[in-house]
Every structure is written in C-alpha cells, then in structure tokens.
Design a protein around this ligand. Structure first.
Ligand SMILES: Cc1ncc(COP(=O)(O)O)c(C=O)c1O
Length: 431
C-alpha cells in the first residue's frame, strides 16, 4: 500500500477509537479550516461562550450587583477559578492566582521574589526564552539598578536547537545565581524539559526557580508542588481556549507565604490586600492571603469569565487523557512527516521521544514562511516562527487525526508542486 493511503487508514482508525472525539462538537471549529494553532489561540467552545454571556447578562440586568450576586459573583471569581486551575497543575488553590497577563505576572513574581543578596545576584535563563520573559527580566533588573548584561546568565542550546538538561543542571551550580527561569515547553522546538529534575537541582543549589508554563498548561499534567517549583506563570488563551487576552495565571509555592499564610506583593494594589480589609480603604496596607495577594487591581472580569466554561471540557476529558491523545497526535504527525515529507526538505524540529515533547510539532523547512502562508490559503492554519519553523499544534479536544493527515497531504502538495519562482513571489509579498 502507498504510504499516504496507509497513513490515511491509520488516521481513520485512530479517529474511530478516539474517546475524546465527542468534545469537538462543543467547539466552534471555523468552517473549511483545519485549525492547528491551539498553542497560540485555542478555539471558542460553547461552554466558554455561555459563561461569558452569563456575565454580560448579570451586568445587563444587575449592574454593580454582579460583583456579589448570581452563581458566579465577580468578586470571588478569580479565587473560584484558581481552585480549579490548581488541580490541573498539581498545586493547592491558595498557591494560584488568576490575574493580569502572563507578562505582568512575571513582573509581579520578579518584584516579589527577586532578592539579590551579597554575591547571589544573577538570573539563569535559556537560549530559547520567549522574548517577553527576557524583556521583563531585563527591565526588572534595570529598575533595581542592575545591568542586565552582567546579571543574566544564558544556557546555550545545542546544534539541534534542543536544550540539554545536563547543561542546565551544571549551570545551576553557579554560586552567583539567585534565580532561574525556564519554559516548560520551548515555544519554538516544542521540547518539554525535565522540570522535576531542574526544580530539584535549583533547590539543591539554593536558587529560586520559576517556570513559564504558557505552552504546557491544559495540554499535559504538572506537579508543581511535588517538583518544588518556586513560581510559575501561564496564559489561558492557548491550550485552555479561554479567548484572546484572557486573564492569566500564576503559581507561588507556599514556602513563600509567611507563617500566617500572608504574602506581601512586590507590586501592590488594593486587590493585593486581605479581602476582608479591602473596603476599609485604610491608609495602612494589610497584605492578602496566599497567591491571590499577587492580584493588583480590579480583575478584567469579561476576560476572566470564559475561563469558567473553557475549563469544563478539560476537566471532563481529564488532563491524562488529553496528554495521551496529544502524544498520539504529535506521534502521528512525526511518523507521517517522516514517511511523506522528508524528501521535500522538511526536518522534524521537535524531540522524537514522547516524554520530551509538548503539544506541538515543529516542521523545519528553509521556505517555511511562504509555505506557511500557502497553507493558510488552502485552509490549513498552522503558525510560523522565524527563521524556518512551521508549528502544527493540534488540540486533543477539537482536532481529528484525519485532519492531521489532510494537512500533511496539503503541505506535501504545496511543497512538491509549487515552482521556486512562486515561492519567491510569495516571499516578496511577506517581507
Ligand atoms: C512562552 C510564552 N511566554 C509568554 C507569552 C506572553 O504572554 P502574554 O502576552 O499573555 O503576557 C507567550 C505568548 O505567546 C508565550 O508563548
């Protein structure tokens, strides 16, 4: 049998035995599209739409009453959501805050936990850190009067572009480090780091360790408390499907609470105050309890409301089931690409071992940018990352294996049949 028909049959078999197939109908899948951008912006579900409309209705009919009335009062919505998100990441509810954006949360966590002392002043990051993490860190160091070039240490990536945990562990032994910040899943390569090992090594070396979980929350299980991470941040608009700019999350290990559970926020506002004291409007600042003290001002309720509904399908499907299907999907992409795309100049840019892989597969090709644009015109929505990466990010909740098969056939067709001058023409449009 021709390899593409063998993989077609395989895709159909996988769809037939897929226990999560039922969730696709709860999402608005754009007509005529194969949507493979779940790690940039997840699709809207009917559940998320309903909880957003519910808040609008409460506002419409009750005005300011919505803060305390109804089945999801706005005043405590962040804490209610924190309890649920905490279960997804192996944390206690009071170690999680739903607040701000990922970048603001990173600033908040740096302001709260970065405490340079004596010779321990440096921060370790990796060569692939997402730009916002780097910008936030550099600007934070400058605010503290420190030169970022002197105070940031970078672990390089290898030739394969993958990070090597042995090198990270070695780098963590640097006695000048106060803090380290790593991604769970690297946004370019899709590499999943051994977070348990990294957190353990950081603790052994007395280094505060933070994790950017943007590309892992909602697609794979976490055990933040067991790993002993100090802090983490993530958004809800990727694998958690809560919509563009939805309110983000942060984790603060309880070892950073004081003995009565209080947290003194580095960046304070009236929502960092103990909730019972908030409306006393006191000149005195009474720090709030747990991670929720890292909220700053009034929550963006309309951007938080969809999280409520969006979490439902993840909770029902279960994060282990989601991870199992995600691995099967990324495996399918890799196997099919190996069989059908290798001759066309594609290389797999993601680790082949399932345990070292997040939810997306990076396909590398010198013409990735123009191919990615051509895919969109054919109804396949991937995304492109410079210089040569097309990311396929299937969601176990709304994508099918048959879609993956079809997307690869379209990719193959585009690459095989388009003449070099067509690529050049597209390139001139996109520069
Ligand atoms: C790895 C990573 N970190 C941080 C962010 C930025 O978060 P935000 O723009 O929500 O603050 C992103 C956004 O895509 C990301 O991919």
């Amino acid at each position: 049998m021709h390899s593409s028909s063998a993989s077609f049959v395989r895709a159909q078999e996988l769809d037939e035995s897929d226990s999560l197939g039922q969730y696709r109908h709860r999402f608005y899948v754009p007509a005529g599209q194969i949507y493979l951008d779940g790690n940039s912006l997840g699709l809207l579900s009917r559940d998320a739409e309903r909880t957003l409309l519910n808040v609008l209705q409460n506002w419409k009919t009750g005005g300011i009453g919505g803060w305390l009335d109804g089945d999801a009062p706005w005043f405590t919505m962040a804490e209610a959501l924190a309890e649920r998100v905490a279960k997804l990441i192996g944390a206690a509810g009071d170690e999680v805050a739903i607040a701000n954006s990922m970048t603001i949360n990173l600033h908040q966590l740096l302001a709260t936990l970065y405490r340079p002392r004596a010779k321990r002043t440096k921060v370790l990051i990796d060569a692939h850190s997402f730009p916002t993490d780097r910008y936030a860190l550099r600007s934070h160091l400058r605010l503290r009067g420190l030169d970022p070039d002197q105070h940031i240490v970078i672990v390089p990536a290898g030739d394969s572009r993958f990070l090597n945990e042995d090198k990270i562990i070695e780098a963590l032994k640097n006695p000048e480090l106060q803090m380290a910040l790593f991604p769970s899943v690297v946004y370019t390569t899709g590499q999943l780091l051994d977070l348990e090992r990294i957190c353990r090594a950081a603790r052994e070396n007395d280094v505060i360790v933070g994790l950017d979980l943007s590309h892992s929350v909602g697609i794979l299980p976490h055990a933040l408390d067991d790993w002993g991470a100090d802090f983490a941040g993530w958004g809800h608009y990727k694998w958690l499907n809560a919509g563009p700019g939805s309110v983000a999350g942060l984790y603060l290990n309880r070892r950073h609470f004081n003995e009565t559970g209080v947290v003194d926020a580095g960046l304070a506002g009236w929502w960092s105050v103990h909730k019972e004291s908030m409306f006393e409007m006191s000149d005195e600042f009474f720090p709030g309890m747990g991670a929720s003290a890292l909220q700053i001002g009034t929550p963006a309720v309309l951007s938080m409301a969809p999280i409520d509904g969006a979490l439902l399908s993840v909770e029902e499907a279960g994060i282990d089931g989601i991870r199992a299907k995600s691995i099967a999907m990324t495996e399918f992409i890799i196997e099919t690409a190996d069989a059908e795309l290798a001759d066309l100049g594609f290389r797999i840019g993601t680790p082949r071992e399932a345990a070292r892989r997040g939810g997306h597969v990076s396909l590398r090709h010198p013409e990735a940018q123009s191919i990615s644009m051509a895919l969109r015109t054919r109804g396949v929505v991937p995304d492109f990352r410079k210089p040569d990466v097309i990311r396929f990010a299937p969601s176990p909740l709304y994508n099918t294996f048959s879609e993956l098969w079809e997307a690869i056939q379209i990719l193959k067709e585009i690459t095989a049949t388009r003449a070099q001058d067509e690529f050049a023409a597209t390139r001139s449009v996109v520069t």
